[in-house]
Design a protein around this ligand. Structure first.
Ligand code: HEM
Length: 580
């Protein structure tokens, strides 16, 4: 309230009037005028608040923050009380929650909803601890413009266009505006060339890449000889190797200390990102002793990851062939060289530091492309352990279509509807990204008759839609058949949205679908998954981070007969990194 008053023109007016009164009139009149103005301001604020979507009130300064608990669950409760569009003030941030699929589709196809929020953690993730702070300080950042008086003169750095507003946020996930648009288009095109497509030769390239990781996984699972194991590290390894192969031409071996470290950093980052930090909503909180811990940790982890990427970028630069891109690092380096040759280096990435942008892209794709798929595969195993009938049907279908002599391929996918709908049903019930990635309107917009102010945080409540009894028959029941229509064809209703919807929908959905199918179908084809003797079924209560992953559990992979086909040869195109 104080900050609103402090910003308001009314306050200036009030001070003028008070000055005038103080000079000429008595104290009672002065108090009366001040009170009248205060009441008028309060009435104006109430009128403004009425334009916002309804929602719960909370104490001043903190708002609803102390009652937040587990975000997606609390929002679900609030949606039941306040409806499909509600808002809640959390500290200095207004959060707007959408839980109607039509409303989400309507909002997220609009350009204005493609922004990302501006919070201290986003700053940290975006690398503002380093060079981008300079950009903010130069006053050329669209998100964090400084008052005119604080503007530095245009930079003398020739690589940065002067007198132009820039976004200081890098990468793809947290970027917005022109940088986001150009990077999204660029990545779409380039990743398709590397096989992230269901069409033509690309599909084959990707299938080969995934297949070799699947073969390694299968032989690692055989090595366990049916003893109860935690599948998490093995799945993490396989899935990471796919994305690291596409982006950096590297793969890790089992037990590689460097991989364990990177994996831990990503897991910790996901957890930190998913936790609720008061400093995100009450910036002053970060200035209290010891309270910026999360940000400092995120920053340190980022630096360590970026150090790893930098080494690879340097090595790629030394062996770069402008005519032949081996992976995404090469694609970016070639783009940078091309821009330099054409004298457009300053415009590339909207003036962002070129290598910082590349490192952030690598980080975005590694974290978005690893944790999500690994968690989904773990959830598939959880649901198979809890639903033996569904497991049996998947295995029967695989045996009938694929036979026992070879592993499943992408070509088999359309012939394995029950296997595929088991994956879809897992995505529905686990909703691993229940709040998607927060959007933020770039200007004040109207939605469903309410005002959604620029800069507010807008989240779709995907878990609510995926478990809505008005949309799904017995949503609590694991039933892959719900995705199969009367003609035996797979149907994906428009209220099924595990990858989000609209302009910022997941960029990796094609890769995710291919990988999930190949890893899951192959595991089920080769092994019977079972609980260890005396162990109870793994919980459906997930661990909340940026994604929701199953709590740790152990299971047995019992080889089915006849034994697995011989593993494929090693991975000649990829370089192993990290010493054993
Ligand atoms: C099961 C696997 C996955 C799920 C459930 C998933 C889900 C999502 C969701 C819900 C979003 C947010 C959409 C929004 O902002 O409204 C998202 C964004 C994104 N995902 Fe995925 N994802 C998966 C796998 C992947 C993979 C494998 C990659 C990378 C290759 C990837 C890359 C991205 C990127 C780059 C974005 C940001 C797009 C943007 O901001 O424009 N995702 N994903």
């Amino acid at each position: 309230m104080l900050s609103i008053l402090a910003n308001s023109r009314l306050l200036c007016g009030l001070l003028h009037v008070l000055n005038y009164c103080a000079a000429r009139t008595s104290l009672p009149l002065l108090v009366a005028v001040a009170s009248a103005l205060l009441v008028a301001r309060l009435a104006q604020l109430v009128r403004e608040a009425r334009k916002l979507p309804p929602g719960p009130w909370g104490p001043p300064v903190v708002g609803y923050l102390p009652f937040l608990g587990v975000r997606h669950k609390t929002f679900l409760e609030l949606a039941r009380s306040y409806g499909v569009l509600f808002s809640a003030r959390l500290g200095n941030q207004l959060t707007v929650v959408l839980s109607d699929y039509r409303l989400i589709r309507e909002a997220f196809r609009r350009e204005e909803f493609t922004g990302r929020p501006n919070t201290p953690l986003m700053h940290t993730l975006d690398g503002l601890a380093h060079s981008a702070h300079d950009m903010c300080a130069s006053g050329r950042c669209q998100r964090h413009p400084l008052p005119a008086a604080a503007l530095a003169p245009p930079t003398s750095d020739p690589s940065l266009p002067s007198n132009r507003l820039l976004l200081c946020c890098a990468g793809i996930i947290n970027s917005e505006g022109r940088l986001w648009k150009s990077q999204r288009r660029f990545l779409h095109e380039k990743l398709r060339e590397f096989g992230m497509t269901y069409m033509g030769n690309g599909k084959k390239i990707m299938e080969t890449r995934i297949k070799s990781e699947v073969n390694d996984l299968i032989s690692n699972l055989h090595n366990a000889e049916g003893a109860p194991i935690d599948a998490n590290p093995l799945l993490a390894l396989g899935v990471s190797n796919v994305i690291c192969g596409i982006t950096m031409s590297v793969r890790f071996s089992l037990g590689d200390a460097r991989f364990t470290r990177l994996n831990n950093l990503i897991e910790e980052g996901m957890r930190l990102f998913g936790e609720i930090h008061y400093g995100e909503y009450i910036p002053l909180y970060n200035y209290l002793p010891g309270k910026a811990r999360a940000q400092i940790k995120v920053m340190k982890n980022r630096d360590e990851m970026f150090g790893f990427y930098q080494t690879l970028i340097d090595e790629h630069r030394e062996t770069l062939d402008l005519e032949n891109a081996r992976d995404l690092i090469d694609v970016y380096l070639i783009e940078i060289e091309k821009a330099k040759l054409e004298g457009k280096a300053g415009e590339l990435f909207e003036g962002r530091d070129h290598e910082l942008q590349l490192k952030q892209i690598l980080g975005d794709l590694f974290s978005a492309g690893m944790e999500t798929i690994k968690s989904s595969l773990l959830w598939m195993l959880v649901f198979m352990l809890r639903n033996p009938d569904a497991k049996r049907r998947v295995q029967e279908e695989l045996d009938a279509v694929v036979g026992r002599e070879r592993l499943p391929t992408i070509e088999d996918m359309p012939l394995l509807p029950y296997t595929e709908t088991t994956i879809l049903e897992t995505l529905r019930m686990s909703s691993i990204v229940p709040l998607a990635t927060t959007h933020s309107p770039t200007k004040d917009v109207q939605l469903n008759g309410y005002k959604i102010p620029a800069g507010s945080q807008v989240v779709p409540l995907i878990n609510c839609i995926h478990m809505d009894p008005n949309l799904w028959d017995q949503p609590e029941k694991f039933n892959p058949d719900r995705f199969i229509d009367q003609d035996g064809k797979i149907r994906r209703p428009e209220f099924f949205m595990p990858f989000g919807v609209g302009r910022r929908m997941c960029l990796g959905d094609v890769l995710a679908r291919m990988e999930m199918f190949m890893f899951f179908a192959s595991m089920m084809h080769q092994f019977d998954v079972q609980l260890a003797e005396g162990a109870s079924s793994p919980s459906l209560e997930g661990t909340v981070g940026a994604t929701i992953s199953p709590q740790a559990f152990r299971l047995k992979f019992i080889p089915r007969t006849p034994p697995a086909p011989a593993p494929a040869p090693d991975h000649p195109l990829l370089r192993h990194v990290g010493a054993h």
